[in-house]
Ligand binder design. Sequence first.
Ligand SMILES: [Cu+2]
Length: 281
Amino acid sequence: MRGFGKRRKGSAILLSVLLLLIAVAVIAGTFWWVRHHLPARIADTAYEVDGIILFVLSVAAIFLLLSHLYLALTLLRFRSNPKAAFVGVTRRSWFPVLAIVALLLAFDLMFDHESNKVWGKVFFRIPSDAFVVEITGEQFAWSIRYPGKDGKLGRSDVRLISDDNPLGLDKNDPASKDDIVLPAGQGELHLPLNRPVLFLIRSKDTLHSFFIPFARLKMDAVPGMTTRLWFVPTKPGRYEFTCAELCGLGHYRMRGDLVVEPMEKVQEWLRQQPTFGETVP
Ligand SMILES: [Cu+2]
C-alpha cells in the first residue's frame, strides 16, 4: 500500500510539472509564430491591428498560465488524499470570482479602447485628398476602376452592364470617359506609396469581402451599397488582396495582385491602360 501511495504522489508531481510545461510551451509557441509568421506589414493599421492581436494573446496567456498554475497547485496540495473525493465548495468566498470578473472587465475595456481607436480611424476619418479606387466583387474575381485624369468616377448603373461594359458605366456622363476599368480578374491594383488610398467597395452579386492581409484590413462588399476603407501604403513592393467572405465554389481563386510604388510610377502605369471612352466609344 505504501509503495502505491508513493507512486501516486510521484505521478501528481510529474503531472503538475507537465501541465505547467505544456502551458508555457503553448504560450511561447504562439508568440513565436505571431512574431515570425504573420504577413508583412505595409501600413500603420497593420502595426495597430497586430498590437491588438498581441494584447488579446497576452491576456489569454495570463489566464492560461494562472488556470494551469491553479490546477497544478491543487494536484500537489491534495495528492495524498486517498479517496480524492470531490466535496464541492466549502467556503462562501466570492472574492476570487469577483476578482476574476473585474480583471476580465478591465481587460475588455482596454481592448475596446484600443480597437475603437483603429476602427474610428479606418472607417470614419477619411482624408479628403485620398487617392480613390473603386473595387467591385463578383463571383469569382475583382474588378478595379480608377477615376482617370479628372479624378472623378463616372456614374454607373447595373442596368447598363454588358459584356464590354462590365461595371455598367454611363457613356453619357463626361466623368466616365477617362475612367480606367480593369475587368474582373484582369488587372493589377497599383497603389501610390505614402498617400492615403480610399477604396469604394461594391458587389455585383453576393456578399464578398475585400481583404488586404498586409494592411490587416478588410471590408464587406455588399450588393446595392458602397462601403469604404482607407489606409496609407508605407512599404513598396508586390503583395496581394483577396476575398475574405466565402462566396461560392470559386472563392479560393478570388484574389488579385497588389503593387505599392511611388505616385509617378502609378501615373505612368495608368497612362498605359485604355480608358473607358477608348474601349466603349
Ligand atoms: Cu468573394
